[in-house]
Ligand binder design. Structure first.
Ligand SMILES: [Zn+2]
Length: 251
């Protein structure tokens, strides 16, 4: 103990570690209210897709239809303005839509006014294009920052993190598929991508291939797929326990 207290780097390391956890850890809601999973007693999963809509999104919608799966799409406002018809198609085909900021800029080290502008501009775009305001928010790169909590509160948004991140922007399809299948647990939220930031015409073939392999595997194991609203609505646990419980499958 004496050694710990006499080392001036130790408190700094603790503070840095705590801040890193608050910014990045999916289960941590210190910087903004969030959930990262549903009820672990129900054999359900929520597929979530970030960074869309993109020119590749319709192919993903067809794939999800083939397996009878509805998902949640965290869209960027700028992409919605670029591809409004595809955003509307996602909504009209029964999927849920959440806010993933306007420009997909990372929020860490940014001012409260920057964060507010990113969220507000995207919310206005959803209202203009889809005639509703999302109630769920996912921070780009999963990074939260000071000022986000107040912005979420102003726009009535709940943060949504994940239990499994597919790393589909950098891994091959078989690696992504294995990550999803191996790490899926009841009540889990899986994070994948139908875009790549604001990139025009992104290649998401590895995401499509990974799902083509993983979805029947998970369905054969008895998993049901739900939107985020359904996953949380069906949850019998108090919200607080969903936020603070420890989990072994976090990425
Ligand atoms: Zn993103």
């Amino acid at each position: 103990m004496v050694e710990v207290l006499s080392n001036p780097l130790t408190p700094l390391a603790i503070v840095a570690g705590g801040l890193g956890c608050a910014v990045r850890a999916p289960w941590c809601d210190w910087l903004a209210p969030s959930v990262y999973r549903g009820d672990p007693r129900r054999k359900t999963l929520a597929l979530t897709f970030d960074d869309g809509p993109s020119e590749s999104t319709p192919e993903l919608l067809d794939l999800l239809d083939r397996f009878g799966v509805r998902a949640t799409f965290f869209m960027c406002g700028a992409n919605v303005r670029r591809l409004p018809a595809i955003a509307q198609e996602v909504f009209c085909r029964g999927h849920e839509i959440g806010n993933h900021t306007d420009s997909h800029s990372p929020l860490y080290l940014k001012s409260a006014s920057f964060i507010e502008h990113e969220i507000a501009t995207a919310q206005q775009t959803f209202e203009d294009v889809l005639y509703f305001r999302p109630k769920y928010f996912r921070a780009p790169f999963g990074c939260r920052w000071f000022g986000l909590s107040a912005a979420q509160h102003r726009h009535d948004l709940l943060g949504v993190m994940w239990t499994v991140i597919g790393l589909d922007w950098k891994y091959l399809a078989d690696q992504v598929a294995r990550r999803i299948a191996d790490r899926a647990r009841p009540g889990g939220i899986i994070c994948l991508h139908d875009g790549r930031g604001l990139t025009v015409n992104p290649d998401i073939q590895n995401t499509l291939d990974a799902l083509t392999w993983a979805l029947p595997v998970l369905q054969n194991q008895g998993y049901q797929f739900e939107t985020i609203s359904e996953l949380l609505c069906q949850t019998n646990q108090p919200a607080q326990s969903l936020i603070t419980d420890e989990t072994s499958s976090i990425e």
